[in-house]
Design a protein around this ligand. Structure first.
Ligand code: HEM
Length: 223
């Protein structure tokens, strides 16, 4: 284990793998949440399926939680080692023209996302866990109707929460703007594909957070 943490290649690759995994999760999370804008019924159906399917609940969800924790812990370890070592600095993205403000401040945008996650879990995830695993209620119902859409609308009817979420989505965008290209470069994406990678990075890092902002504002103005 200590050999693993001593190898900067292993640290970079594992960080990149966890980042790519989380970006895939974010894409599906966005797609599911976007349905709430078009149809309360479809959103309820998908949420109920995801919330009660044994494969999702007992296999994918624990892997996801592990991925989230791993990414944050590795991020802190990398930052700590970068600061400690004056000789061998871990380069998020090999300096020069690419050494952007985003790349030098990944730890701060990461911390902003971490604080968002704490609030987000308190808002949505802990109540779900409580209902299912503590109260043992897997029906998804409240007063005879699916509760997912109503709960979502209720949460986004509170202005300060919506503002905090939207600020967090801006930090998410900054984090992704560097993280997306960096993760694929760490996994060996070639220089020849640099332009394509850059364009995909802009597409993902701007559209997904902007989409989350849209969902939050939509429910705020339509509750
Ligand atoms: C408008 C934006 C968002 C909405 C409406 C939303 C909604 C939700 C809901 C309803 C849940 C509970 C799912 C359940 O367990 O049944 C959830 C969980 C979660 N959300 Fe979000 N979310 C948003 C943005 C984000 C963002 C930007 C991230 C990551 C940076 C994120 C990460 C997570 C994670 C890790 C979980 C727990 C895992 C899961 O159960 O799916 N969410 N979210």
């Amino acid at each position: 284990m200590s050999l693993f943490f001593d190898s900067s290649i292993a640290r970079k690759v594992s960080m990149a793998l966890s980042a790519i995994f989380l970006m895939v999760f974010l894409l599906q999370h966005f797609a599911i949440n976007l349905t709430s804008v078009f149809s309360a019924e479809i959103f309820n159906q998908i949420s109920h399926f995801m919330g009660t399917n044994p494969l999702v609940q007992f296999v994918l969800q624990p892997i996801l939680i592990f991925g989230v924790i791993f990414h944050f812990v590795m991020g802190f370890i990398l930052e700590f080692r970068n600061n400690r070592s004056s000789k061998v600095k871990y380069a998020y993205n090999n300096g020069g023209a690419n050494s952007s403000w985003m790349s030098r401040n990944m730890i701060w945008s990461g911390l902003a996302i971490l604080s968002f996650m704490v609030l987000h879990f308190i808002d949505f995830w802990f109540p779900e866990i409580n209902t299912k695993f503590i109260l043992n209620d897997w029906s998804g119902l409240h007063n005879g109707e699916f509760r997912y859409f109503t709960e979502l609308q209720h949460k986004f009817s509170y202005g300060p929460r919506v503002i905090f979420y939207c600020i967090a989505f801006c930090f998410l965008s900054l984090h992704l703007l560097h993280g997306f290209t960096s993760a694929f470069q760490s996994m060996g994406s070639t220089v020849g594909r640099k332009k394509l990678l850059q364009n995909l990075s802009y597409l993902y890092s701007i559209c997904i957070p902007l989409g989350f902002v849209f969902i939050a504002l939509f429910h705020f103005f339509n509750h």
